[in-house]
Design a protein around this ligand. Structure first.
Ligand code: SAM
Length: 347
């Protein structure tokens, strides 16, 4: 599996689970709330391009998801295009954007912009997408964005700036943060200039969701072209299906919220999918078993704990929880309990 395929697989899985959640983890619950969050992002873009933009512009959104930001921008531009590595996100974008025939969305490689000619767009923007991409992918996009932008046109993007952070290549969601000198160097080598005020440390720390505003001034330097890594061919020998730490955290958060809002089955289905993909995620198994117990699905809780103890025979907590449940069941059936410590069991 190469990097492009891995990004596709992972983002399709997330989009199938709950596209709105994986796009806007705080604003996903209803379509109205989600749409309002898109309007806020769109307003920021319009403000940053005020007095520069024209309704005749052709605009590109990279990592557009289902079109949260494209939709509220629709009245302002003649032609809008969205690209995303996930075909599932793009399928859902067709529904979300159905009333806007001048917005087109495409599932692309997740690495380049080969569908588009040179000097084609007036504005390229990207929001909460580059931060999830492996560094070489972001770098490749910079070269491509320079190619598809018309001379002296604009590139607006969000990226966490500050301390260097770089999860492993195969982690397709972990947050990459960029020290300022690194981003300045990447922009320069790829032919972009930027407003230095954007990079003042006092403005940055608390604003990881701000946009950086840059302008195409020249073609990428020769050194940049020659030093290019072919990201398409970064391959993983054994590509695990297990989730990254941020994936696990976000699935668990989703399950907890669903449960607290009374959507028990949604919470349980989410945790079942987590342990199916991540059989080594021990706390995920216990979490699932507890939810099943709390919702009275005792048979399933028993099966889950039995499966856990077979898969992980040395995991004491798993055995302990299974014994507690079995004892509790015996008590409720009027049998003599074999174990005494029942405090935690919740049936
Ligand atoms: C958190 S969502 C944000 C979606 C959209 N930008 C928004 O603000 O509503 C991140 C999106 O980036 C997409 N994505 C991730 N890696 C990508 C890549 N290499 N190329 C294009 N899209 C990518 C994901 O599929 C997902 O739709």
């Amino acid at each position: 599996m190469n990097l492009s395929e891995k990004m596709k697989q992972d983002w399709n899985r997330r989009a199938q689970h709950h596209a709105r959640y994986w796009i806007a983890t705080e604003d996903y619950r209803t379509e109205e709330v989600f749409a309002r969050s898109g309007e806020a992002t769109a307003q920021t873009i319009l403000k940053r391009t005020e007095n520069l933009s024209s309704p005749s512009w052709t605009v590109l959104d990279i990592g557009c998801g289902i079109g949260r930001v494209l939709k509220p921008l629709a009245p302002y531009f003649q032609k809008l295009v969205g690209v995303d590595v996930s075909s599932e996100m793009i399928d859902q974008s067709k529904l979300w954007l159905a009333d806007h025939p001048h917005i087109t969305t495409y599932a692309t490689s997740g690495i380049d912009l080969q569908e588009f000619p040179n000097d084609y767009f007036d504005l390229v923007y990207s929001y909460v997408a580059f931060q999830h991409m492996p560094r070489p992918v972001f770098e490749n996009y910079l070269t491509e964005i320079n190619r598809v932008l018309k001379p002296e046109r604009y590139f607006l993007f969000q990226l966490p700036l500050g301390n260097f952070s770089d999860p492993p290549l195969e982690d397709t969601i972990g947050i990459r943060a960029y020290p300022i000198p690194e981003i300045v160097d990447k922009l320069r080598r790829n032919g972009f200039t930027f407003d230095g005020n954007d990079l003042l440390p006092s403005k940055l720390s608390a604003h990881t969701h701000d946009f950086l505003f840059t302008q195409k001034i020249q073609h990428p330097s020769l050194a940049q072209e020659q030093g290019k890594i072919s990201v398409e061919w970064i391959k993983f020998e054994t590509c695990s299906q297990e989730f990254s730490p941020l994936d696990l955290h976000l699935y668990t958060t989703f399950a907890e919220r669903s449960f607290s809002e009374g959507n028990n089955q949604e919470a349980i289905a989410t945790l079942q999918s987590v342990v199916r993909h991540n059989p080594h995620h021990l706390s995920g198994w216990l979490h699932l078993a507890n939810l099943l117990m709390e919702t009275g699905q005792i048979e399933q809780a028993l099966t889950t704990l039995q499966e856990l103890t077979v898969l992980h025979p040395r995991y004491k907590e798993g055995h302990h929880t299974l014994h507690q449940l079995q004892t509790k069941l015996q008590i409720s059936l009027g049998e003599q309990p074999r174990f005494r410590s029942l405090e935690k069991a919740t049936v």
